[in-house]
Design a protein around this ligand. Structure first.
Ligand SMILES: Nc1ncnc2c1ncn2[C@@H]1O[C@H](COP(=O)(O)OP(=O)(O)OP(=O)(O)O)[C@@H](O)[C@H]1O
Ligand SMILES: [Mg+2]
Length: 194
């Protein structure tokens, strides 16, 4: 896990090879990289909410990551090939994604949980797997937004301020994720709607 002093943008440490995947060659500052990623994600957002897509297909989920980060990172949409301090073993990624999707399909079919809870559990499961070298938080929150919208709810607000800068919102979010690791989703649902 990261120390409290780490910049959130460094929350997933890149391995030595991963910076080589950067597509724009002129980027030297973290801030420039953040802006490029942000613009790429804004473009992906409109595409993502198109009702033609099935948010519970594994193909869509990989494609979503590619759309969000594909103008910036060559590895966008490709699963990580190294292990991280967060996430399942790299060899468990495909089965982890498959399980996350299967569980959601089961919950919807059996009305196990309210729509928001289904979507928040989906976010948690996806970020727990941590399929990609980076961008897992933003990707899995957007996936949950799409799912909750598809289930007839408004998209989540996720604390209404940037989760990517150090601060109270980020702290509350990470705490809620850890509580959810222990199968209690109350705090994470409340956070997603805050
Ligand atoms: N202890 C933790 N510290 C940081 N992130 C965590 C932790 N536990 C789970 N996470 C999740 O992992 C995400 C960070 O993973 P990653 O860096 O791949 O995503 P990201 O979209 O680039 O987000 P970030 O802006 O946080 O770097 C967080 O947004 C959060 O959802
Ligand atoms: Mg990151």
């Amino acid at each position: 896990m990261t120390s409290p002093d780490d910049e959130p943008t460094h929350a997933t440490p890149l391995t030595a090879e991963e910076p080589e995947g950067l597509i724009p060659s002129h980027v030297t500052l973290r801030r420039e990289l953040n802006e490029l990623e942000q613009q790429n994600i804004i473009d992906a957002d409109t595409w993502a909410f198109n009702r033609r897509h099935n948010p519970l297909s594994e193909r869509f989920l990989r494609g979503l990551h590619r759309r969000m980060f594909g103008k910036v990172w060559r590895w966008a949409g490709h699963c990580r090939t190294s292990n991280k301090n967060i996430g399942v073993d790299r060899q468990q990624i495909p089965i982890g994604l498959h399980e996350a999707v299967s569980n959601v399909l089961y919950w919807i079919e059996h009305n196990t949980f309210p729509a928001d809870e289904v979507a928040v559990r989906f976010h948690h499961a996806l970020v727990f797997v941590h399929p990609f070298p980076n961008g897992n938080g933003r990707w899995s929150r957007l996936a949950a937004d799409i799912l909750t919208a598809r289930l007839g709810r408004r998209r989540f607000t996720w604390g209404r301020s940037s989760l990517r800068t150090v601060g109270e919102t980020r702290r509350v979010y990470i705490e809620a994720l850890k509580t959810a690791d222990n199968h209690d989703f109350t705090a994470l649902i409340a956070f997603a709607r805050s």
